[in-house]
Design a protein around this ligand. Structure first.
Ligand SMILES: *[C@@H]1O[C@H](CO)[C@@H](O)[C@H](O)[C@H]1NC(C)=O
Ligand SMILES: *[C@@H]1O[C@H](CO)[C@@H](O)[C@H](O)[C@H]1NC(C)=O
Length: 343
């Protein structure tokens, strides 16, 4: 039996409405309806996983409200289909942006001296660089997830994870108010190492994340492991030169990291400011995803419960020479003494 034409029309209209609404559902952020009890359970689980204890009266409830706001932001971001990266409940999920900035970022970097810019990593036409580099795969790289100054010994194929705790504890001087658990300024840290005639490895002086610990009286003379003569900058504002530098060794850089608070995985594309850095990290490699997204591999100091086991991949080949989040503005290049003392 033939279907009357107006029924067919009606069916088509209904079908197209259904199709339209389902495609709209894919484009707009889908509202995740979680019950308060479910969010509360997520919070409790997160508190345990991150070993959080709040002492102040009402603090747990206050933090819960911030946690809920962050969760909303995470789910809105993750429901956008074209996103290149995912957000998640990192260890900072109970902090507002203002608190995060105050506690974990050092603020805009202020130049205290004119940098010396070396040209050994200056990219020149015709330079052949590997398509991919990942220093995490180098056997002797100690992959403990924390920030190091990124010093290393490439000539012997050996990479050394240096004691950041020593920097945290001891590098308190200077009018730049350097370090502590704030982002820190790699140049100041290098100056500290030079003045102090070196720095010990983290095996001797382990990282405890304790910013209040007093500078420990360690027998520096016997534990001194590696030292640097001086440092200079790798070429500024040039991602090709940064690529060349990273092909030779991990490189310290500053990035603008405010919106990395809840970063979980994927290629971070911002939003972030690209004209200054407020957080010190180390570029340990680069590559390109199967989808063709170029990225830097960056080692952060925020622990393994953040990002991709403590790392972030950041968009590479940005439209501005600063690099995205300012990654290429001012890379640091420590110059090492020729000989490593093995203890
Ligand atoms: C950090 O070090 C200080 C001083 O040594 C000590 O009083 C405090 O208990 C330590 N904190 C942690 C979390 O270990
Ligand atoms: C790159 O960014 C800087 C800082 O925002 C800006 O002054 C400059 O005009 C930008 N350059 C290009 C080519 O977009």
């Amino acid at each position: 039996m033939a279907i009357p034409i107006r029924f067919l029309t009606l069916a088509l209209v209904i079908l197209s409405v259904l199709l339209l609404s389902s495609s709209l559902g894919g484009v707009t952020a889908k509202e995740t309806k979680r019950s308060e009890a479910e969010v509360q359970r997520m919070y409790e689980r997160w508190l345990v996983e991150n070993r959080k204890n709040y002492n102040a009266l009402g603090e747990k409830e206050r933090r819960f409200n911030i946690f809920k706001d962050n969760l909303k932001l995470i789910e809105a971001h993750n429901s956008v289909p074209e996103r290149t990266y995912e957000l998640g409940l990192t260890r900072f999920a109970d902090l507002t942006d203002d608190e995060f900035r105050a506690i974990h970022l050092r603020g805009k970097m202020v130049r205290t001296s004119d940098p010396v810019i070396g040209d050994r990593y200056l990219y020149k036409e015709g330079d052949v660089l590997p398509d991919e580099v990942d220093w995490r795969k180098v056997q002797l790289f100690r992959s403990k997830i924390k920030e190091t100054v990124g010093l290393n010994k490439i000539k012997t194929g050996e990479l050394v994870s240096l004691s950041e705790q020593e920097l945290l504890d001891c590098d308190r001087g200077g009018n730049s108010g350097n370090f502590g658990c704030l982002g820190g300024n790699a140049a100041d840290a290098f100056e500290f190492i030079i003045e102090n005639s070196g720095i010990v490895t983290d095996k001797v002086y382990p990282y405890t994340e304790n910013d209040t610990a007093a500078c420990k009286a360690i027998e520096m003379v016997t534990t001194r492991y590696v030292t640097i003569d001086s440092y200079e900058d790798a070429p500024h504002n040039d991602e090709m030169s940064l690529k060349k530098a990273v092909a030779h060794q991990p490189i310290s850089v500053m990035v603008e990291a405010e919106n990395m608070k809840l970063y979980k995985s994927g290629v971070f594309t911002g939003p972030c400011d690209h004209w200054y850095g407020n957080h010190n990290v180390v570029v340990v490699g680069y590559g390109t995803t199967e989808r063709g997204e170029d990225y830097w591999i960056i080692r952060n100091s925020w622990g393994a419960n953040w990002g991709e086991s403590g790392y972030i991949t950041l968009q590479r080949n940005f439209h501005n020479s600063t690099g995205n989040c300012g990654v290429a503005i001012r890379p640091f290049d420590p110059l090492m003494k020729g000989v490593l003392r093995i203890i």
